[in-house]
Design a protein around this ligand. Structure first.
Ligand code: CP
Length: 306
């Protein structure tokens, strides 16, 4: 059976530490890896829009000397003719050595993996999980802070539908001494199942609030997220909640000098462009890190060592 990455906990903490070490080595010496995946093919099957995840996967494979194929919207595949996701994946696994797949339905990559002869990577499934964004986030935190333990992290925005939040809360719950501050409107709180599994069962402390400014001074990391229009059933609710939080330079006046501001992107209004000039804004560095950690993951799943 091929090794799939559907959830970030499909990787052990030791494996994640190793991926981070490999990504650091790639950043230090990319030439060493330029032929690592020669003659290997990555398929990117995106049934839902993407900029960073799809293009960073493709850029990662090209930087490893491999090649890429795939589609960026379901309508350009035979899904539009009624083909099942299972048959699509079975077909593509006859052509490619590894598949990165995004789908709007929660659990679709897990179901698809049952039909694949090659490793499947979940590139985001609905409002559920986004494990490779989490690997990107962990590499970024490690690079910004020099560690993955002993800090207070604030998650702000749409914690209900935010798959990057669910995955990162889950991943960080395996590291020591992390305090969680969950900042959201009441309608967009972190789902109970995530709190139960990742936090409560492990006795990990967390606080919930609707007020970003009152908690900013205590944070070492602030993970901002977008209120996701595509997950709402009702436009009225989206319009009411979409600008719940807008991070501006003024709101950062009382923040720690070494705060790291992360955001999986895309952003809409939730971080003002003026914050980009603040050295604490780590989200554009985070974008770059996404390519390197995906290079490390592709090599790992293909069993390639350099
Ligand atoms: N972070 C992220 O998943 O971005 P995209 O939707 O652009 O891939």
């Amino acid at each position: 059976m091929p090794r799939n990455i559907i959830d970030v906990t499909d990787l052990t903490v030791e494996e994640i530490d190793q991926l981070i070490a490999t990504a650091e080595d790639i950043i230090a010496d990319p030439v060493k890896y330029q032929n690592a995946c020669a003659h290997k093919q990555l398929a990117t099957l995106f049934f839902e829009p993407s900029t960073r995840t799809r293009l960073s996967f493709e850029s990662a494979m090209l930087a490893l000397g491999g090649s890429v194929l795939g589609f960026s919207e379901a309508n350009s595949s035979s899904t539009a003719k009624g083909e099942t996701v299972g048959d699509t994946i079975h077909t593509v696994s006859c052509y490619a050595d590894i598949i990165a797949m995004r789908h709007p339905k929660e659990g679709a990559p897990y179901a698809a993996a049952q039909f694949s002869e090659v490793p499947i990577i979940n590139a985001g499934d609905g409002g559920h999980n986004h494990p490779t964004q989490t690997l990107t986030d962990l590499l970024t935190i490690h690079r910004e802070k020099g560690r993955l333990d002993n800090f207070t992290v604030g998650f702000c925005g749409d914690l209900k539908f935010g798959r990057t939040v669910h995955s990162l809360v889950n991943a960080l719950s395996r590291y020591a001494n992390i305090n969680y501050v969950l900042i959201s409107p009441n309608e967009l709180k972190l789902p109970r199942y995530v709190k139960e599994e990742a936090l409560k069962k492990k006795g990990i402390p967390y606080t919930q609030t609707t007020d970003l400014e009152s908690v900013i001074p205590q944070l070492d990391i602030l993970y901002m997220t977008r209120v996701q229009k595509e997950r709402f059933f009702n436009e009225e609710d989206y319009l009411r909640l979409k600008d719940s939080y807008i991070l501006t330079p003024e709101k950062l006046v009382n923040a720690k000098a070494d705060l790291s501001i992360l955001h999986p992107l895309p952003r809409v209004n939730e971080i003002s462009v003026a914050v980009d000039r603040d050295p604490r804004a780590a989200y554009w560095r985070q974008v770059k890190n996404g390519k390197f950690i995906r290079m490390a993951l592709i090599m790992k799943l293909l069993g390639i060592e350099v």
